[in-house]
Ligand binder design. Sequence first.
Ligand code: CP3
Length: 348
Amino acid sequence: MEMTDSRFLRACRREPVDRTPVWFMRQAGRYMAEYRAMRGKHSLLEICRQPELAAEVTLQPVRALGVDAAILFADILLPLIPMGIDLEFSAGEGPVIHNPIRERADVAALHSVESRESLGHVLEAVRLIRRELDGKVPLIGFAGAPFTLASYLIEGSSSRSFVRAKRLMYGDPPTWHALMSRLARVVADYLVAQIEAGAQAVQLFDSWVGALGPDDYREYVLPHSRLVFDELHATGIPAIHFGADTATLLPSMKEAGGDVISLDWRTPLDWGWSVLGPDIAVQGNLDPVALFAPRGELERRVRAILQQAGGRPGHIFNLGHGILPETPVENVKAVVEMVHEFSVREVA
Ligand code: CP3
């Protein structure tokens, strides 16, 4: 068989690969000196808004780590800005929204978004990155899922218990669904625009969806995420569905869509894959904190994940969630080498 395509895209399609592909969520970020140097000169939003800077930061981990995919440097909250949201990334606190959504009138006041205009800088970054990558590794585009975006919009910042978001969900379901369907349309349009600009796979980040049980997921989230995945399916480009703390949500997440489902470290990879079934690819699932462990322990955990995947086509090695800011970069690099070394196989 000729390796006409990258091992990452082949794995998304559950085709055989020469080695297990590996990339990391949040592979560009503060744990890298190159990124910190860039942040010394520019704010996060400045980097996101200047395609040359976003492209440079996207390529930093590709050069430094030897990963099998690049992920566009942007943030899941960017599309909220043209919707009329006053967003700030404050040092230490994370994202803060100064005009959060609290009632029906706030949803009605959201602006409609034409991604190709108001998020044109992201699409320009995609085109620039594709040119600079020159076919070396594929480029992953991404967006936040409707639930995770809605929870930021309603809470106004990161949250532990999602009291405000759930209060709206349980207390005023029509307003909840109105907000979710607005978000689903924005996200679907934005991801299709990224694909048109050159993204070769896309990931939908539903980072906080593990706050819900399966009944609430099915009623309040699934139809909206499914709208996004249905539009992506029509493009033929692979889609990755990410959530964390999702053990009981996996069958419903599969129903919502995606060619690849991301598993976190609380879910053993072989168990998660058997719940999902063999007709879907999986991504994961090293604990990001394992990157702080002694090298021998890290190696043991990498081997255990590869063993659970058992060489079956359709495994993409990743963490269960994003790289943490203090992570030793040499351990991240070592994991790439371990995955490539331990998974080597003959593709006939
Ligand atoms: O390398 C990559 O993965 C691409 C870049 C990327 C960023 N944000 C840049 C960023 C990606 C994929 C994201 C996604 C994102 N943003 C998510 C989903 C992923 C996840 O971890 O669940 C979420 C929930 C956000 C929202 C967000 N943005 C938070 C909560 C924060 C603050 C927390 C933190 O890590 O500081 C951000 C800021 C942010 N976005 C940073 C980066 C590199 C760090 C800020 C900085 O440089 O000052």
